[in-house]
Design a protein around this ligand. Structure first.
Ligand SMILES: NC(=O)c1ccc[n+]([C@@H]2O[C@H](COP(=O)([O-])OP(=O)(O)OC[C@H]3O[C@@H](n4cnc5c(N)ncnc54)[C@H](O)[C@@H]3O)[C@@H](O)[C@H]2O)c1
Length: 270
């Protein structure tokens, strides 16, 4: 029987590909033989990542993008199609929380910065919807393609303080399911959309919330770990197997699913 996890030769586009999670995913997928198109607004980090991919013998391309600018995305699409002729996979990894959209411990919803709330929804929701529209169009032409969105545990269970990001990621869960039906029924059952739901990782996005200046865990970090059956934060590499599964033929009948990778956080009550 064929190897269900063979992803050699797939053209995989990764928005936010130069970020903490994106770069670990891009390097892994290139190692597995995929051609990886890194899209990011950070040209330096993107260029360094592409050098690293090439040094490890992988194939790829880096393009500067802005996931909120349709014209830029359309130029990216033209460049990708000129080099590879198709897009097999889109990983919508650009996203993240923002300071102003989080309520400080001594504040309440009455102090909410609405502009910051809108910005975090823009990046996380429309920063997924726009690339899905632009790159998804190239997939519809071939009636084939796989999309993976990036959701969050904060979408499944609202976290204290993280109001804007949680709302945006909850919308990602809904959009993922909507698009699964849209693509399969209007275009082809060979077009699939799922979301990965990473639990808590200690990354730049949340370092200030989870660690003190001396590096020790904050009370919030200790609360998270106490609520995680696995008893620790995740490492970026622990998302790789799920991403690999979701973009490969091993998941050919899986669409509209939220794949939770959180050490049991969402499953745990008391
Ligand atoms: N790190 C975590 O703990 C965690 C947990 C759950 C979900 N997630 C989600 O996973 C995804 C990746 O997170 P990360 O930790 O790697 O974040 P990160 O901040 O390290 O990476 C995000 C990348 O997106 C890029 N980016 C930001 N705005 C952009 C724009 N407008 N256009 C193009 N690129 C842009 C940044 O330059 C950066 O390289 C995000 O959607 C995040 O919300 C992260």
């Amino acid at each position: 029987m064929k190897n269900l996890f063979d992803i050699r030769g797939l053209v995989v586009v990764v928005t936010g590909g130069a970020g903490i999670l994106g770069r670990s995913i891009c390097r892994y997928l290139a190692e597995q033989g995929a051609s990886v198109v890194v899209l990011d607004r950070d040209a330096q980090a993107g260029g360094e990542l592409l050098d690293a991919i090439r040094q490890q013998g992988g194939d790829g391309l880096f393009l500067t993008t802005d996931v909120l600018d349709r014209e830029v995305l359309e130029r990216n699409r033209a460049d990708i199609l000129a080099k590879y002729g198709r897009i097999d996979v889109l990983l919508n990894a650009a996203g993240g929380n923002m300071g102003g959209a989080t309520i400080a411990p001594d504040k309440s919803f009455l102090d909410l910065e609405i502009d910051a709330f809108k910005k975090v929804v823009d990046l996380n929701l429309f920063g997924t919807v726009l690339p899905t529209t632009v790159f998804g169009e190239a997939m519809t032409a071939r009636k084939k393609g796989v999309i993976v969105n990036f959701c969050s545990d904060s979408a499944l269970r609202p976290l204290t303080r993280v109001v804007g990001y949680g709302a945006a990621k909850a919308a990602i869960g809904n959009y993922t399911k909507y698009m699964a039906a849209e693509l399969a029924t209007k275009f082809s059952p060979e077009m699939r959309v799922n979301a990965i739901v990473p639990g808590f990782l200690l990354t730049n996005q949340n370092r200030a919330l989870l660690t003190n200046p001396d590096g020790s865990y904050t009370d919030r970090a200790r609360t998270i770990i106490a609520h995680t059956p696995a008893g620790r934060f995740a490492e970026p590499e622990e998302l790789l197997g799920t991403i690999h599964y979701l973009i490969s033929d091993a998941s050919s009948f899986v669409t509209g699913a939220l794949a939770v990778v959180d050490g049991g956080f969402d499953a745990f009550s008391i």
